[in-house]
Ligand binder design. Structure first.
Ligand code: 5GP
Length: 191
């Protein structure tokens, strides 16, 4: 059996990675599984532990770093986020295509450490910085201070996209999702 793809989706906070991913995952034929990350950030109201993230303490996260349990991990605006390694390997070995939604430092670690050619990396761009700001504000999940930090971080991230295979602009969720579905399908066709 062919090893499953490892799909990396990055993009600034507020760009709509989550919505685009959910649209992509509607396509059952793609055989996609979302990799649930571990984070030390507080849970937002609508989030579910074990579905959106595994919400853990700093101590728990540190233990996992020390045990070598992460494929990658990074600090993002005051909190840690990481991808549990074993599950990704297990799923890929079962032929499933694993979807990672991670920021750029983690993405770089994955691109450097995963040596097979079944990796595809995509950076999702907002149509403009103003659009990003509007989106992150509309979400109403962060304080003004955190919004500012995330926007600054996003600005920097948008200049560091050279190592991605593809850049997709999220002008409209369904369009961006379709573009990514087509990229995944094209990659799946390659031997
Ligand atoms: P949020 O707090 O908005 O859910 O996530 C903040 C940022 O961390 C987003 O860019 C998100 O994609 C990224 N992120 C989520 N999970 C992981 C992970 O496991 N590793 C890394 N490196 N970034 C992650």
């Amino acid at each position: 059996m062919k090893k499953g793809l490892l799909i990396i989706l990055s993009g600034p906070s507020g760009v709509g990675k989550n919505c685009v991913r959910q649209e992509i995952m509607k396509d059952n034929k793609l055989n996609l599984v979302y990799s649930i990350s571990m984070t030390t950030r507080e849970k937002r109201d609508r989030e579910v532990d074990g579905k959106d993230y595994y919400f853990v303490s700093d101590e728990e996260f540190e233990k996992n770093i020390k045990a070598g349990n992460f494929l990658e991990w990074a600090n993002f605006v005051g909190h840690k986020y990481g991808t549990p390694k074993d599950r990704v390997e297990e799923l890929r070995n079962q032929g499933k295509n694993v979807f990672l939604e991670i920021e750029i430092n983690g993405a770089r670690q994955v691109m450097e450490s995963v040596k097979d050619d079944r990796v595809i990396s995509i950076f999702l761009m907002p149509p403009s910085f103003k659009a990003l700001e509007n989106r992150i504000r509309k979400r109403q999940t962060e304080s003004e201070e955190v919004i500012q930090e995330r926007l600054q971080k996003g600005l920097k991230e948008m200049t560091m996209t050279d190592n991605y295979d593809h850049i997709v602009i999220n002008d409209k969720i369904t369009n961006a999702a379709q573009e990514i579905v087509d990229l995944i399908k094209a990659k799946l066709k390659k031997r």
